[in-house]
Design a protein around this ligand. Structure first.
Ligand SMILES: Nc1ncnc2c1ncn2[C@@H]1O[C@H](COP(=O)(O)OP(=O)(O)OP(=O)(O)O)[C@@H](O)[C@H]1O
Ligand SMILES: [Mg+2]
Length: 365
């Protein structure tokens, strides 16, 4: 049984539209309500920040600081069992950088914080995972795998470093004239085993992940609309050694490495057509939800902590049946603490009480 993670309270100082605010969370289900622009998404993002040491929406820290302020501070108290409290503090000041504390102790490496307080945020307007380029889906795989397996993260760091070295060499004059470049050969010899390992990790992981995504898609859409999901990698059909050799001439001309696991993708298909080309907006959002809920289930099983679920604007674009199916999962099949934003508190309360559950409403004015 996974331990459910709870956030008990949060304090925001100079964070986006919040100059000074504190919120206490008393229930498992929490609605964050208010009109457009009141700070619903910003509050979800502040919770996300405490879990991941960064905003979901931007990497530019200055955008998180309230206009005209010198910096921001976020403080939250988490419980992963009922007795031990975990105080997490994030402070950012331009020029001084970022500080993160867990129970008053400063982290030297923020990566050590990742995975302690897991969370999954679903922002349906951000459907780049479904409709964007392949790097979005690699990021999805990499983020998930890195949280559950430290060796994966380490190997990925090595691969990225070697790839950067290889590309720099391909850009240099030296690589253009020599057919037998010893430096290139040496990079390749180190790159090959790492690429093979990462490919093995991804192949095995996708076998676990894809059936969960399909099952969630069916559950949310409430029909037998079936989607096919495939892991696409040049390494599934070819040896990386042969790929590098075959593409060497092209790599030299284009001055970058054109084959490898950095080209992998996840292919979603709907009636044998690429999903992103033919699916409706609601269907795309359903698939995004399915990917994120699969992420939550996998994290729960693999790291033994039930992540926080942060749902932004789920009531937009999903039809009543899909919303009901989603809420049914959230209320009855999942034990996560859930935060749901909505402009209309009565709609949210009604939908939750129909399922016989209690929700705490935080009204932002
Ligand atoms: N750095 C900042 N400093 C001050 N205010 C900011 C900053 N960044 C964003 N805001 C303000 O925050 C508000 C947006 O908040 P948020 O996106 O959380 O709204 P919301 O309640 O989710 O709205 P919606 O219902 O439209 O999604 C805007 O009024 C915006 O001007
Ligand atoms: Mg919003």
């Amino acid at each position: 049984m996974a331990i459910p993670l709870r956030i008990d309270n949060i304090q925001l100082t100079g964070y986006k539209n919040y100059s000074e605010a504190a919120f206490q969370f008393n229930e498992r289900l929490i609605g964050i309500c208010g009109n457009n622009g009141k700070g619903k998404t910003n509050l979800l993002d502040a919770i996300y920040y405490l879990c991941f040491t960064k905003s979901y929406f931007t990497r530019l820290e200055n955008l998180n600081i309230q206009f005209q302020k010198e910096g921001f501070r976020l403080e939250g108290v988490f419980y992963s069992n009922d007795t031990t409290s975990n105080k997490v503090v994030c402070i950012y000041r331009p020029g001084k950088g970022k500080e993160i504390y867990h129970n008053e102790l400063a982290y030297e490496k923020f990566s050590k914080h990742i995975g302690k307080f897991p969370a999954v945020l679903i922002a349906p307007n951000d459907s780049a995972l479904i409709t964007g380029g392949s790097e979005e889906r690699r990021k999805y795989l990499d983020t998930l795998l890195s949280q559950i397996d430290n060796d994966y993260l380490n190997q990925l760091i090595v691969y990225t470093k070697l790839l950067t070295e290889r590309n720099a060499l391909l850009k240099s004059e030296e690589a253009k004239f020599e057919t037998e470049n010893l430096v290139l050969q040496s990079i390749d010899e180190r790159l090959i085993p790492v690429a093979e390992t990462l490919h093995r990790y991804r192949t095995a992981f996708c076998k676990k992940l894809f059936p969960r995504i399909s099952a969630f898609y069916n559950q949310i859409s409430g029909s037998d609309e079936t989607i096919q999901i495939r892991y696409e990698s040049q390494l599934s059909e070819n040896l990386i050694r042969n790929l590098l050799k075959k593409n060497l001439h092209r790599d030299r001309l284009l001055q970058r490495t054109t084959a490898g696991i950095h080209k992998d993708d996840i292919l979603f298909e709907f009636n044998s057509n690429p999903f992103k080309n033919i699916a409706s907006q609601g269907q795309r959002k359903s698939l995004l939800f399915a990917c994120r809920l699969a992420e939550l289930e996998i994290l729960k099983n693999e790291i033994g902590i039930n992540p926080l679920l942060l749902l932004d604007d789920v009531f937009e674009k999903l039809d009543k049946k899909r919303i009901r199916n989603l809420l049914e999962y959230i209320c009855n099949q999942n034990k996560s603490q859930v935060f749901i934003t909505d402009t209309d508190s009565s709609r949210l309360k009604e939908a939750i009480s129909e399922l016989g559950k209690i929700i705490q409403i935080i009204q932002l004015d």
